[in-house]
Design a protein around this ligand. Structure first.
Ligand code: PRP
Ligand code: URA
Length: 206
């Protein structure tokens, strides 16, 4: 399943991020706000269970989240989505996977992994702003499945059809959420029109 979360607030904030003159502070703040808006939609189907509670007026049945949520940012750029999602799901646990793309081959390399236990019972959100060739997302999801994860959602900001197809081919069971589906990849593997190198723009590196 692919869902492009078209919403005027998301589109407006993403447009600020795309502008080449937008600096690190505004880039990061817009990303953080989009993450929160996306999380609201991505969480729409989280399961709940009934609980008996007492309001100050009397007894009733409420509903609470019934499955643990684990957020897994793909380092580095995925960190930019973490706080916004955690504001909506503050009980979420967080795992990390470090991947970098070889700039020549565009192949991803894993350099770090640390996950909470019980991934098999959790709803795992893999988060990374960019879905380009899809190699990083496919490998990150492989690593998470190897640790037992069964319910996985991929949350990215900007994707291209190549990346979506790569993930759907390797992991047809994973739901993909994007803020925008862009046109294509250029010869260096950058998304066109995209927003440039997300990690560099979030952290002010180059
Ligand atoms: C970027 C981005 C994704 C990856 C997407 O990370 O954050 O992880 O590229 O490309 P792909 O779909 O072709 O794999 P990068 O390798 O630049 O590392 P960084 O997050 O440390 O900047
Ligand atoms: N990674 C990025 O940060 N930007 C792109 O356009 C493609 C991959």
């Amino acid at each position: 399943m692919l869902e492009v979360l078209n919403h005027p607030l998301i589109t407006h904030k993403l447009t600020q991020m795309r502008k080449k003159e937008t600096g690190t502070k505004d880039f990061r703040e817009n990303l953080d706000e989009i993450a929160e808006l996306m999380a609201y939609e991505v969480c729409r189907d989280l399961p709940t269970r009934p609980v008996s509670i007492e309001t100050p007026i009397g007894p009733t049945t409420g509903f609470e989240l019934s499955r643990e949520v684990v957020i897994v940012p793909i380092l580095r750029a995925g960190i930019g989505l973490l706080d916004g999602i955690r504001r909506l799901v503050p009980t979420a646990k967080v795992g990390f996977i470090g991947m970098y793309r070889d700039e020549e081959t565009l192949k991803p390399h894993e350099y770090f992994a640390k996950f909470p236990s019980n991934l098999d019972e959790a709803i795992v959100m893999v988060v990374d702003p960019m879905l380009a060739t899809g190699g990083s997302a496919v490998d990150a999801i492989n690593a998470i499945k190897k640790r037992g994860a069964k319910t996985i959602k991929l949350v990215s900001l900007v994707g291209v059809p190549e990346g979506v197809q790569a993930v759907q081919h390797a992991h047809p069971d994973v739901d993909i959420y994007l803020a925008a589906l862009d046109d294509h990849l250029n010869e260096k593997g950058y998304i066109v029109p995209g927003l440039g190198d997300a990690g560099d723009r979030i952290f002010g590196t180059k």
